[in-house]
Write a protein that binds this ligand. Structure first.
Ligand SMILES: Nc1ncnc2c1ncn2[C@@H]1O[C@H](COP(=O)(O)OP(=O)(O)OP(=O)(O)O)[C@@H](O)[C@H]1O
Ligand SMILES: [Mg+2]
Length: 438
């Protein structure tokens, strides 16, 4: 027999089998008739022994038994049945309506007691109640089953979650280890690169120093030769020496730039801040570039107010910055091009701008022209230079507390703006006039 044969909501009488036990056939038949009328299935037995056999064979949902029977009375039958099925509702029918009998039956586990003689309703009522009990127990059992399977599902989910967590954790640990390994590789690559970079900077510094001395000696020898110390020279010889002299100058400039770069990169840049007259520096630069300006027939205008406060800067470095920017304009301008150099005070700074109507710089290139070794094809002509000038100029401006900015339009020209602290700033911050910054 299935443990719970009933639908949990409806318990139809035809699904409930009642076993009627009485040694008196007339009462047995009467009970059978009442029960059948209720629609229940009925089995019947004439003795306790027969009742147990039928129960073992067919089972039953409710048992109605007489109390007084030969061989096995109702109380023993009740005990035997409950051993087989503890929750079985057993209704005991007794002719002794005394309390003691009723108490004994109930103690033995009987569910209810019906007294003889009985009316059909006296029997129907306990049956209905027993069916209610069955329904409740069925519901309870079903709920317990559901709870059990929910618990099993929960347990399974918990286990699979724990499994997943441990799998993910070990994956994560592996990834972590892999990352740590890679990090170490990267760190060692970086320190190797740093070491190479340091050696490169050291080499550039050393090579530049070594090259400057022979270049200076060569320059002196050329100047002596041109002065006729070793006898008079023919015009073609003088021209050849002039060309060599110019090349030596270019070479020296390049070496100086490399030396500057190595100082920047090794953090050895020092500045001497002092009041500086910018118009003098600008005119000095224009003098230096005079020949080239003349040769290209450039028109260079300056617009500098008389009351321009002195800058508070490193004069050599400022000259270097402006020489590079004005030199670039001269270098990249077409013949007959124009350049305007202006200067004006701006709060505690002096702002200088160098505007040209040269080829201009494309927007995507503007961002990289201050990077070292970046040369951009602005003209079809090959133009000398390492692409270091602006990178060094920017560092030189920054280290003095200044800035360099650029705006440009292809085909229209470029404007470089250099801002340096003015003497007013120095006064405002009231530091000593001559400063060395490492
Ligand atoms: N006034 C300008 N007009 C047009 N292009 C310019 C101007 N100034 C700079 N540039 C562009 O910016 C690039 C970088 O300038 P930078 O001064 O750093 O290098 P360079 O002049 O090429 O070489 P170096 O200064 O080392 O001799 C130049 O190659 C050039 O393409
Ligand atoms: Mg340059």
């Amino acid at each position: 027999m299935a443990p719970y044969p009933y639908n949990n909501l409806e318990l139809k009488p035809e699904n409930v089998t009642i076993l009627v036990v009485d040694d008196d056939p007339s009462i047995r038949h009467l009970l059978k008739a009442i029960v059948e009328q209720q629609g229940n299935k009925v089995l019947d037995a004439g003795s306790g022994k027969e009742a147990l056999e039928i129960f073992d064979k067919n089972g039953a949902d409710i048992v109605m038994t007489d109390l007084l029977m030969p061989e096995m009375d109702g109380i023993r039958l009740t005990q035997n049945l409950l051993e087989r099925k503890p929750q079985l509702p057993i209704i005991v029918i007794t002719g002794f309506a005394d309390k003691e009998v009723a108490v004994n039956a109930l103690r033995a586990g009987a569910y209810d007691i019906v007294e003889k003689p009985f009316e059909p309703e006296d029997v129907i009522l306990p049956i209905t109640r027993a069916m209610g009990k069955i329904r409740l127990e069925t519901l309870l059992a079903q709920n317990i089953e559901e709870l059990k399977s929910a618990q099993i599902a929960l347990e399974t989910a918990k286990n699979s979650l724990a499994e997943q967590v441990s799998k993910k954790t070990s994956e994560l640990m592996q990834t972590n280890q892999e990352l740590e390994r890679r990090l170490k590789e990267v760190e060692s690559a970086i320190s190797q690169l740093k070491e190479f970079d340091r050696r490169k900077t050291e080499f550039i510094a050393m090579a530049s120093h070594e090259l400057r001395t022979p270049l200076a000696i060569m320059k002196t020898a050329i100047s002596n030769l041109m002065a006729g110390i070793k006898g008079p020279l023919s015009p073609p010889q003088i021209t050849a020496l002039q060309v060599i002299d110019l090349d030596i100058d270019r070479f020296t400039t390049t070496i100086n730039e490399l030396l500057n770069l190595s100082k920047i990169e090794s953090g050895q840049l020092t500045v001497y801040l002092e009041p500086a007259n910018l118009p003098i520096i600008i005119s000095h630069i224009l003098q230096t570039l005079h020949e080239e300006i003349e040769k290209k027939k450039l028109q260079v205008d300056t617009k500098i107010p008389e009351n321009l406060p002195p800058a508070f800067c490193d004069r050599d470095k400022t000259e270097h910055i402006l020489l590079n920017i004005v030199g670039n304009a001269v270098k990249y301008l077409q013949e007959g091009g124009r350049m305007l150099i202006t200067a004006s005070p701006k709060d505690e700074f002096v702002e200088m701008s160098i505007a040209d109507n040269g080829p201009g710089i494309a927007p995507d290139q503007l961002a990289i022209i201050f990077d070292k070794f970046k040369k951009i094809a602005t003209t079809s002509k090959k133009i000398d230079g390492l692409g270091l000038g602006l990178a060094i100029a920017k560092e030189f401006a920054n280290v003095q507390g200044g800035t360099i900015a650029v705006t440009s339009e292809v085909g229209k020209g470029s404007t470089f703006t250099v801002t340096l602290p003015s003497i007013l700033r120095e006064k405002a911050t009231s530091t000593v006039p001559l400063k060395k910054i490492a």
